[in-house]
Design a protein around this ligand. Sequence first.
Ligand code: AMP
Length: 407
Amino acid sequence: MSSTRVLVLNSGSSSVKYQLIDMRGGERLAVGLVERIGERTSRLIHTHVAAGDTREQNGPIADHEAALKAVAAELGRDGLGLDSPELAAIGHRVVHGGEFFSEPTLIDQTVLTEIERLIPVAPLHNPANLTGIRTAQALRPDLPQVAVFDTAFHTTMPESAARYAIDPKIADRYRIRRYGFHGTSHAYVSRETARLLGRAPEDVNVIVLHLGNGASASAVRGGRCVDTSMGLTPLEGLVMGTRSGDMDPAVIFHLMRVGGMSADEIDTLLNKRSGLFGLCGDNDMREIRRRVDEGDEQAGLAFDIYIHRLKKYIGAYYAVLGRVDAVAFTAGVGENAAPVREAAVAGLEGLGLAVDGELNAVRGDEARLISPADARVAVAVVPTDEEMEIATQSYALVNEPGNQNLT
Ligand code: AMP
């Protein structure tokens, strides 16, 4: 029996998201989520897609091992268990791959050690990703496990974009450089945008705006990333749900010296209590738009700051690319919030950018153009699909000549 299925695991600090995908037609067989791992109120929601059957388990799930075992049991109930010979690989989302991992990578002890060595630059994410990998290995030691890194797509950035303007010796000693994140999404969306335009990825330059709760922009020239807005960590760049994005670094010294705050307190402030939430008390764009429509000034200012930053990045990446064929909006805000798309592009007609009001108002799950037919630059909404991208990359890797005997 041929092995054509890939289980995609996205292990967060207290959650595991998963999808089982059959790569023959890209069909999702099962999707689910375990959340609040380690608490008394853990929850597993599992959907067996073909049967249209969604099951929910509530009650304590102590750790990632217990969570994955519970997921394996749910898959088993649907005849999709981890012991199935049809399973070709498990693909893991790994947030930080540093400067080493530019490709999806078969996981062995050396790879695990390197992901571990990157914990100081990804203290929240890499430990959880590692736990997910180790648990999955324990459940199916014979199965190829693939790491797909959020940073990989950005390793093509030139040094001029990847380096900060600080002493290179210090930068190298502490591995300080701009890594970028959301790479799986930027890779997928830039390719899908080319497809929407009916052109090869090598022939198009795209600005991708991944606007979710976390948000990042990237400049993609001919399918390769040449700049992105997140840096050493996901804090840099756009205004996000709860992160400040770009700021004068001296704000931090000021908060330490004058405000008496500790490094940890400032870390929490900038990552968890800033951005849209810090500005107006809400980080959900739906709620912010509702408040803006009611004339709420605080929400209005938060929206304006968000849009101003977004526009600056569109302009900056236009200059980085020189020629832009498309601007693609993706993720929760980018795919759903028509007012954000309209405001981000407003006034940029001189750059050939415009949004057609009627097309922008259309809702849907399909990639679509929202610019007027005669626009110089295409503006598109391209739903992201990080799980499919992880599955596709994992499956391609285990089927490469030389790796085929692994499955
Ligand atoms: P993500 O991180 O990609 O899942 O995006 C989550 C964010 O998308 C939420 O925090 C909301 O701000 C935003 N969002 C989701 N649905 C909508 C919608 N219908 N309209 C506006 N914003 C939305």
